[in-house]
Design a protein around this ligand. Structure first.
Ligand code: SF4
Length: 274
C-alpha cells in the first residue's frame, strides 16, 4: 500500500499551545475537555495527572484549573475566578478574538450574528460576551429573528467554511444598512482542508484521523468524501478495517487539528503492514 500524507494536517497552533500550557501544570484539571481528542486527554491524565471537570461545582478550593482551547462562557470564567482556584487560560487566541469583538460590538449597540453551531463550546463561549446575540447556520434562520438594534456585526465560528459564511453575510448586506463583518475563521483549519481536498483527488482510499466530536475533523471527512467515496474517519489505529484497503493502491492520510502526531504515526505503522 502506497501512503501519501496531506501537505498540511494535524495539530494547529492553538492546540499545540494549549497542550504546552497544560503540560506545565501537573496535578491540575481542565474545565471541559482541553481539546477534542480523547486519546490526548488520556495521555495528559496518565503522564501529567491532568484531570477533567465538566461542571463548576466540581472545582475545589486551591485547584489549578485550565480553561479549554475553545474557551468557556463569560459567567463561568467569572465564577471560576471567584472561587479560590488558580485559573490558567489556554483559550486559543483565535477564539479570544471573536469573544472580544462580540463584547465590543455589543457595547456599541450592534446586534450580533454568529455563524456557527449553537451547541459547540466555542460558540457558547463567544455568545456569552454579547447582549443581543443570534447564532445561525443558514440564511433562512433569519426569518424567525428579530434584532434589537439596526446595526449588525457578524463573526464566525473559527472552524466554519468561508464560502458558507459569505451566504450569511450576503443576506445581511442585502437587508441592513450597516453590517460589520469580521472574518474570524481560522486559517489553520482552512490549510488542512485545502490539503485534504487536493490529496483526496489523487488516492483510492482516504483515512481521516481525529475525534468524532471534533467539528474540523468531521469537515475534513466531508471534504474527502466529495472526492473519494472510500474516505473513513477514525480516532485511532484500532478502528482501522483492513477490508477498506482491498484492491486499493494509494492511501491518503490527513488528521484534524486536535490529532497528536503519535496517534497519526500509529495509524501509518498499522497501514504499512498491509
Ligand atoms: S483550529 Fe484555529 S482557532 Fe481552533 S484551536 Fe486551532 S488555531 Fe485555534
Amino acid at each position: 500500500m502506497k501512503l501519501k500524507l496531506a501537505s498540511s494536517y494535524g495539530f494547529c497552533f492553538g492546540v499545540k499551545r494549549a497542550i504546552t500550557i497544560a503540560e506545565s501544570y501537573t496535578n491540575s484539571a481542565t474545565m471541559g475537555p482541553l481539546i477534542h481528542n480523547q486519546n490526548e486527554i488520556t495521555r495528559l491524565k496518565d503522564d501529567y495527572n491532568i484531570g477533567l471537570y465538566n461542571k463548576l461545582d466540581d472545582v475545589q478550593d486551591k485547584d489549578t484549573v485550565i480553561i479549554r482551547t475553545h474557551g468557556i462562557p463569560k459567567n463561568d470564567l467569572k465564577e471560576l475566578k471567584q472561587k479560590d482556584a488558580k485559573v490558567i487560560n489556554a483559550t486559543c487566541p483565535f477564539v479570544t478574538t471573536p469573544q472580544q469583538i462580540v463584547k465590543k460590538m455589543s457595547t456599541e449597540n450592534y446586534s450580533i450574528v454568529i455563524f456557527g453551531d449553537e451547541t459547540h463550546p466555542e460558540v457558547k463561549g463567544v455568545k456569552s460576551y454579547g447582549d443581543d446575540v443570534h447564532v445561525v447556520l443558514e440564511p433562512e434562520e433569519f426569518e424567525k429573528i428579530i434584532f434589537k438594534h439596526e446595526k449588525i456585526a457578524t463573526v464566525a465560528q473559527t472552524t466554519k467554511k468561508k464560502e458558507k459564511y459569505l451566504e450569511i453575510v450576503n443576506f445581511l448586506i442585502l437587508k441592513y444598512k450597516e453590517v460589520r463583518v469580521f472574518n474570524t475563521i481560522c486559517d489553520a483549519t482552512f490549510e488542512n482542508q485545502a490539503a485534504a481536498r487536493e490529496l483526496s483527488k489523487e488516492v483510492d482510499v482516504m483515512i481521516v484521523i481525529g475525534g468524532k466530536n471534533s467539528s474540523n475533523t468531521k469537515q475534513l471527512h466531508d471534504i474527502c468524501v466529495e472526492n473519494c467515496e472510500d474516505s473513513y474517519l477514525i480516532e485511532n489505529h484500532n478502528e482501522l478495517d483492513f477490508s477498506w484497503f482491498s484492491k486499493k493502491e494509494i492511501c491518503g492520510i490527513t488528521a484534524g487539528a486536535s490529532t497528536p502526531d503519535w496517534i497519526i504515526q500509529q495509524v501509518i505503522d498499522e497501514i504499512q503492514k498491509i
